[in-house]
Design a protein around this ligand. Structure first.
Ligand code: SAM
Length: 327
């Protein structure tokens, strides 16, 4: 298949420094609020809804992965951009064997590790509390560092890579997107899955076209910080995203066809891509009781989509074709 001729187009707004340190500082200084505080937040139900969506996707792809495994074989996961470990319980419920957690914000990685230690202590001390997987924790810019070189066992094969609400940071530049995809793909076994959630660039651009370079409501605000005259750059299409009490930092539009093309270069083939609204419709019945337990909104916010990528056995000819065209 052909490669878009504009794939090598980089932002007209490349900055020498990059935004990693701004993003890391933002997440490092974000206070960890307790449940009582979170309940008071105006986006409590919205956040729970997003969390429910993550649970459903993770469960779906963990089940598919377990189904293909023989009894007793291990299941290993990379949680890329793990944050403070919001998905640790999901991994424990999914009975995984080993988890690698990586994030650019070292304070978040420490908090993630502390949460993991708590889980481990509970599993030792409480009867009936399932044993916890083994884990390793890396503080690293996943768009710049080759994670494999930091793994305890660099020959380890992963079954699943998850990148939740974070992949869009790598669309700052082509090399960063490529490094992130390399990290997602290089240790994934053939047949393993890469799953993730990102903002819907089409929806954001639609709103920008209707409302101008700054738009939002009392809860969120988007401010474009790149030239919004079409065509927008494929990489480095930057906007500042503010979400009440949770996010306030630069993000980048992800041009989905470019993501699909780049992913193919690393042996990842698109399995499924859905917006939250249609995914919600698809899984609401099976996820109904969890939706209640998680106190999530029973409606969907139209702001994110879930690209789900699965790895197929390498197709060298295809990759070569791609590489020939792109060089
Ligand atoms: N995945 C977690 C979750 O779903 O709860 C955290 C999501 S939070 C919205 C985005 C996370 O991406 C932050 O923890 C941030 O530090 C991390 N992040 C942003 N850029 C990164 C990069 N270049 N490398 C690694 N982590 C990054």
């Amino acid at each position: 298949s052909s490669v878009p001729s504009d794939l090598s187009t980089t932002s007209r707004y490349n900055e020498a420094q990059g935004h990693g340190s701004v993003v890391a500082t933002h997440y490092n200084t974000l206070e960890e609020k307790g449940l009582a505080e979170r309940c008071k937040s105006r986006i409590f139900y919205l956040r729970n809804f997003n969390n429910w969506i993550k649970s459903m996707i993770i469960n779906e792809y963990l089940s598919k992965t377990w189904q293909g495994k023989s009894h007793g074989s291990p299941l290993r996961v990379l949680d890329m951009c793990c944050g403070k470990g919001g998905d640790l319980l999901k991994w424990r419920r999914g009975n995984i064997t080993h988890l690698v957690c990586a994030d650019i914000a070292e304070v978040s990685v420490d908090q993630c590790q502390a949460r993991y230690n708590e889980l481990q202590n509970r599993s030792k001390n409480e009867r009936g509390f399932a044993p916890v997987f083994t884990a390793e924790f890396l503080s690293a810019d996943c768009t710049k560092v080759r994670l494999r070189e930091r793994y305890k066992d660099p020959s380890m094969e992963l079954d699943l890579v998850s990148c939740q609400f974070s992949f869009h940071y790598c669309f700052e530049s082509l090399p960063q997107a490529e490094t992130m995809l390399l990290n997602a793909a290089e240790c994934l076994r053939p047949g393993g899955y890469f799953i993730g959630t990102i903002p819907d660039a089409y929806e954001i651009v639609k709103r920008q076209q209707n409302a101008g370079d700054t738009f939002g409501n009392e809860i969120y605000k988007v401010e474009f910080q790149c030239d919004t005259e079409p065509p927008l750059p494929l990489f480095g299409a930057k906007y500042n995203f503010h979400l009440e009490g949770v996010v306030d930092c630069p993000e980048f539009l992800v041009h989905f066809p470019t993501l699909v093309k780049l992913a193919e270069k690393y042996g990842l083939q698109l399995v499924a891509k859905e917006r939250f609204d249609s995914y919600y419709e698809k899984v609401r019945e099976e996820g109904r009781s969890l939706l209640g337990k998680m106190q999530a909104l029973e409606t969907y916010p139209p702001f994110h989509e879930a690209p789900l990528l699965g790895r197929v056995p390498e197709d060298y000819e295809h990759v070569q074709q791609y590489m020939q065209k792109s060089t």
